[in-house]
Design a protein around this ligand. Structure first.
Ligand code: AHG
Ligand code: MN
Ligand code: MN
Ligand code: MN
Length: 327
């Protein structure tokens, strides 16, 4: 087996292509990786340590928080506070921005600490999704929500962790998409894929068709198109990170459209759609809301939702074409 590259070695070798000082990005990414290892450990032992089930609280999304939602949120917020590099965090699990008590820190994080919560108790892959930005407000001042409400095009880092059969740490800093796989034996994340590219065409579509009757005409036409082709596969795990990761590696389109229950879509722009859009585009894929490029959307609120079409470029184009023709 060839000697694998560590995260530190990779960042050092690619220092010239980093969007911020190596020492800071190294510290930030290792902080995230270290916390991902802790979440990995909790996720794998959750049934034994009674960490399945609900925490007895709800979040701003109107969702019942799972114990692991709350734990992952606490772990990552603590990590960002202790990193001394982050001034403010926006999290799915907290209504308002979370100040890191360090107004001199330059970085901002938007995160979904645990994605796919409905799958925690049934031993199906879940994840963490995050974006890193430079603050907009003056260094030394109290950070503001505008520091988090930044367009996807402003991201320095877009990344996710997939707690699956293996724990994978996937991110882009704007120079390609790279996958580091956790080696429990050595305790390190090791480089297992560089400059990932998503194929332009594939035959896998990923959509919760339970909402089909409430889909708009164009989306119905696209789903029918996939079925009429006869050789498409429908794959839907119900954890965005897992569905997205499969499509990144094998090609495919993930769709969360407008439904009767979620007319503006279900997924959150800032800490689900933007980071994955950055990764998709860096791998040669596309991410749209059905009309506009996800990363161009000007955020108005922390938890705003959007419709989402992401994955293989030609498949997204086909969906957009049918939406444009029929809506
Ligand atoms: P989260 O667990 O962070 O709230 O996100 C859940 C999301 C996403 O992971 C997944 O793609 C989607 O919800 C599934 O929604 P449906 O169950 O409505 O298909
Ligand atoms: Mn949730
Ligand atoms: Mn999520
Ligand atoms: Mn979540």
């Amino acid at each position: 087996m060839s000697q694998k590259t560590t995260l530190r070695q990779f960042l050092k070798a690619n220092e010239a292509n980093l969007p911020a000082p190596l020492s800071e990005l190294d510290h930030l990414l290792h902080s995230i990786a270290r916390t991902a290892k802790t979440v990995h450990a909790h996720v794998t032992r959750a049934a034994i340590t009674d960490l399945y089930g609900t925490a007895g609280s709800s979040n701003i999304q109107g969702e019942e928080q799972q114990k692991l939602d709350v734990l992952a949120n606490t772990l990552f917020v603590t990590t960002f506070r202790e990193s001394n590099l982050v001034c403010v965090v926006g999290s799915e699990e907290e209504e308002e921005i979370i100040l890191m008590d360090n107004n001199d820190a330059e970085y901002v994080v938007a995160m979904d600490p645990l994605d796919g919560s409905s799958n925690i108790d049934v031993n199906v892959s879940i994840g963490t999704i995050f974006s890193v930005f430079k603050r907009k407000s003056e260094k030394g001042t109290k950070p503001k929500v505008e520091d988090v409400l930044q367009k996807g095009t402003e991201q320095l880092i877009g990344g996710y962790v997939l707690y699956g059969t293996a724990t994978a740490f996937v991110f882009t800093t704007g120079n390609g998409v790279h996958i580091f796989t956790y080696d429990p034996k050595g305790g390190e994340f090791l480089l297992t894929h560089t400059n990932l590219e998503i194929v332009k065409d594939s035959k896998t579509y990923s959509c919760n068709e339970g909402g089909f009757l409430g889909f708009t005409e164009g989306v119905k036409k696209y789903i029918d198109f996939c079925k009429e082709e006869g050789d498409y596969k429908a794959r839907y795990i119900g954890s965005l990170v897992a569905d997205f990761h499969r499509n990144m590696l094998k090609g495919g389109i993930f769709i969360y459209p407008s439904t009767q229950k979620t007319p503006k879509g279900k997924l959150r722009l800032l800490y689900e759609c933007n980071p994955l859009a950055f990764i998709a585009e860096q791998a040669g894929g596309k991410a749209y809301d059905g009309r506009v490029r996800i990363m161009e959307i000007e955020p108005e609120s922390l938890h705003q939702r959007t419709t989402y079409y992401v994955g293989s470029a030609n498949m997204v184009d086909k969906a957009l074409e049918l939406i444009e023709t029929h809506e």
